[in-house]
Design a protein around this ligand. Structure first.
Ligand code: SF4
Ligand code: SF4
Length: 703
């Protein structure tokens, strides 16, 4: 009977699991957007080892990280134990097990000891999570009945395992008419067997309990397997592939959209309109979300009460996908068939925005990448959000009205400020900066960017930077009116067509001069030129000015000698730090300034919070919420600055952060906090504070 019952249970369980898993698989296959994740296999493999088996990101939250590691480690070790016990379904011999891991062998005893240790750790981990959910749930987590049930099932699995061994010890002792002994390989079960200490004549009860533990353990595992694909615990099965197939290029690079004109001609959907327009990896992401809330915990939009919560966005997309499974699969099967009218009607019904996702959710994202940095299972958000924006902008013409001005400026004059592009080099008047057209053999191109070219405050950054380059004897030139916006704001706003037009034009200009090394003062320009232009044929060595200036100081070409008696906090720009890993160079440069007292905010480096300008937010009104992102960020920085009476400053390495933080301090009555770019601070220290003003005065006089 025993083998028959075990076989029936396994067959039913596998059949139900296969049916559910097949449905999930079909949805992944139905996803239309192609993504290729066959690159960098070794890097991917390392990620699986480090972030999957090593749980590296989990420890960013210490308590939950350790508890999760206990449970994860337990699952890995107990997998073999489950196989051993299932094998015993085919023999009543207690020694019947799995190859060399049978009870009594040296390896078997070692494994049993390890198994007992992880059972204790799993028990501790589960109790930690139950306590955290029931008694003191963190704000980031929504209490779910399913989560509690799963934790109780895990608890049941480990308890039945230990009770199975404990009753096994007693049964063996009773069968052999011997005294109960302590088994060093199974200390927990041994102690438990002494606690249970059977009365004479309890043989039948013990035998029945032993059998009951066995079957309960087996049934719990099989039910557990089938509950997994129904909710967030599917991640137990999908997490390793999700980490392996994560975008190996890092956070700051958007998914390219190829052949837009061809797609327009063929009347294909641009971007993501329905769930069927996602990629298979997007769908795998949705299956893998553990609902831990870490992404939302660090999202500037969520923190300031906007409608956007990256966790909720993921859950809403996943629920939509599962709820509309049959219709999505039906629509996908009819795609390409003759009945275009049916396709388009199905698409309209399944449209994600505004049915499932509100536009305000999408337009609140600053593309800062904090969510992706925090997510322990490598779920991507920015690509999904921008793909949804792409459809709204390029296909449906629906986007915040203020973006229209930015798009128009970019289309007509190549900059978001809508100034005539001939004025691009006006900031340099009086400084005698050569144009690349006059000095095509210059070793360095200083890519100025739109803000330092046209914005009055940011122009001072360009002047300080150019003056420092001259001081250090760098052979450089600028493009002047030949420079156009890199296209970053258009791209992040979803206008990929406009981005590609600008990018291709810039690449043609740069390739025409054989430019090889570019220095930028804007992290957005830096990211786009360095990471996104190569996809369109523009391959250049690009350096952000923080790195370049730190190097000039290190080499002794610039000597910061004038004291700067101020307490200063450095703000990490998302597109420099999180997107490109530049954290040390700005700090190294600031540390070289005499008299400067550098302090660190608790939210710094890869935990630094966005200023609120990225993702094209700079060019539109902030979405409604409880507060403003730049105010929240200014408040974080204020916490580590002196409360007043002393000189205090914030250093930025991005002209847009400069604007947002200036407003953030001023709006909240802290006008005395000076926002300064790295180049400005270095210029003051190299030449003395008065020199900067003199240069500006000379420029004004020339004007
Ligand atoms: S990229 Fe930044 S703003 Fe956008 S969802 Fe992620 S954390 Fe929030
Ligand atoms: S997306 Fe990642 S960080 Fe956010 S809730 Fe899901 S698993 Fe957690």
């Amino acid at each position: 009977m025993r083998p028959l019952v075990m076989t029936i249970l396994i067959l039913i369980s596998v059949a139900v699991f296969t049916r559910t898993a097949l449905k999930r698989w079909k949805l992944m296959k139905a996803a239309r957007t192609p993504v290729d994740r066959s690159d960098h296999p070794w890097r991917r493999f390392r990620n699986v080892l480090w972030y999957g088996f090593g749980q590296a990101r989990m420890f960013r939250y210490k308590g939950a990280g350790v508890a999760h590691a206990f449970i994860f480690g337990g699952f890995v070790v107990l997998l073999l134990r489950a196989l051993i016990l299932f094998a015993r379904g085919y023999s009543s011999d207690p020694g019947f097990g799995f190859w060399i891991f049978d009870d009594g062998t040296r390896l078997g005893n070692a494994y049993l000891f390890l198994k007992e240790a992880v059972v204790v750790l799993v028990f501790v981990g589960v109790i930690y999570f139950l306590r955290a959910r029931l008694l003191a749930p963190p704000k980031r987590i929504a209490l779910s009945a399913q989560g509690i049930v799963i934790l109780c099932m895990i608890l049941g699995i480990v308890l039945t395992d230990v009770f199975y061994d404990a009753t096994g010890h007693i049964k063996k002792m009773q069968d052999e008419h011997q005294s109960l002994v302590f088994h060093a390989a199974t200390p927990v079960a041994s102690v438990l067997s002494f606690v249970l200490l059977p009365e004479p004549g309890s043989e039948e009860i013990i035998a029945a309990s032993h059998e009951a533990c066995f079957w309960l353990h087996a049934v719990l595992i099989l039910v557990f397997l089938n509950v997994l694909p129904l909710g967030k615990h599917f991640h137990i099965l999908t997490v390793l592939p999700n980490i392996y197939f994560a975008d190996a290029r890092g956070i700051g690079r958007l998914r390219p959209l190829d052949d837009i004109e061809g797609q327009l001609e063929r009347e294909e959907t641009l971007g993501v309109k329905t769930a069927a327009d996602l990629s298979w990896k997007d769908v795998l992401d949705l299956y893998t979300c553990t609902e831990c809330g870490r992404c939302s915990d660090h999202c500037p939009a969520t923190i300031t009460g906007k409608q956007l919560s990256p966790m909720q966005l993921t859950i809403d997309l996943r629920d939509h996908l599962v709820k509309n499974q049959a219709r999505i699969l039906g629509a996908s099967e009819s795609a390409g068939a003759a009945d275009d009218a049916t396709d388009s009607a199905a698409d309209d019904e399944l449209q994600l925005v505004p049915g499932t996702i509100q536009p305000e959710v999408l337009w609140a994202c600053t593309t800062c990448g904090a969510c992706e940095q925090e997510c322990p299972v490598f779920i991507s958000f920015v690509d999904k959000i921008v793909d949804l924006r792409r459809n709204l902008v390029m296909e449906q013409g629906e986007f915040p009205a203020q973006l229209q001005n930015a798009f128009r400026g970019l289309e007509t004059v190549g900059n978001v400020y809508s100034f005539a592009n001939e004025q691009r080099a006006d900031w340099a008047e009086g400084l005698d900066i050569p144009l690349l057209s006059d000095k095509p053999d210059a070793q360095i191109l200083y890519w100025v960017g739109c803000a330092p070219s046209f914005d009055d405050r940011a122009r001072k950054i360009a002047r300080a930077m150019a003056s420092l380059l001259r001081e250090a004897g760098v052979d450089f030139a600028i493009l002047g009116p030949q420079e156009q916006c890199t296209g970053d704001p258009a791209r992040r706003a979803g206008n990929e067509y406009l981005y590609q037009t600008l990018a291709k034009s810039n690449i043609e200009t740069l390739n025409g001069y054989s430019v090889r090394k570019i220095v930028t003062t804007c992290p957005h320009c830096f990211n786009t030129l360095a990471n996104e232009y190569p996809e369109l044929g523009g391959r250049f060595e690009v350096v952000h000015h923080s790195v370049f200036l730190a190097q000039l100081v290190r080499e002794g070409k610039l000597e910061p000698k004038h004291r700067c008696e101020t307490t200063l906090v450095y703000h990490d720009a998302c597109y420099l730090g999180r997107h490109n890993g530049v954290y040390d160079a700005p700090r190294e440069m600031l540390a070289a300034i005499p008299g400067l007292k550098l302090v660190e905010a608790a939210e710094s480096r890869d935990r630094g919070m966005c200023c609120g300008a990225g993702g094209a937010q700079m060019w539109k009104e902030e979405e409604p919420g409880d507060g403003k992102v730049n105010h929240a960020r200014a408040n974080q920085l204020l916490k580590v600055l002196p409360s007043g009476g002393e000189s205090r400053a914030v250093s930025t390495a991005c002209p847009f952060c400069m604007t947002m933080l200036s407003d953030g301090f001023r709006d909240q009555g802290h006008d005395d906090v000076q926002p300064l770019d790295l180049a400005e601070i270095l210029w003051r220290s190299v030449n003395g504070p008065g020199q900067e003003a003199a240069a500006a005065d000379r420029a004004s006089a020339t004007n």
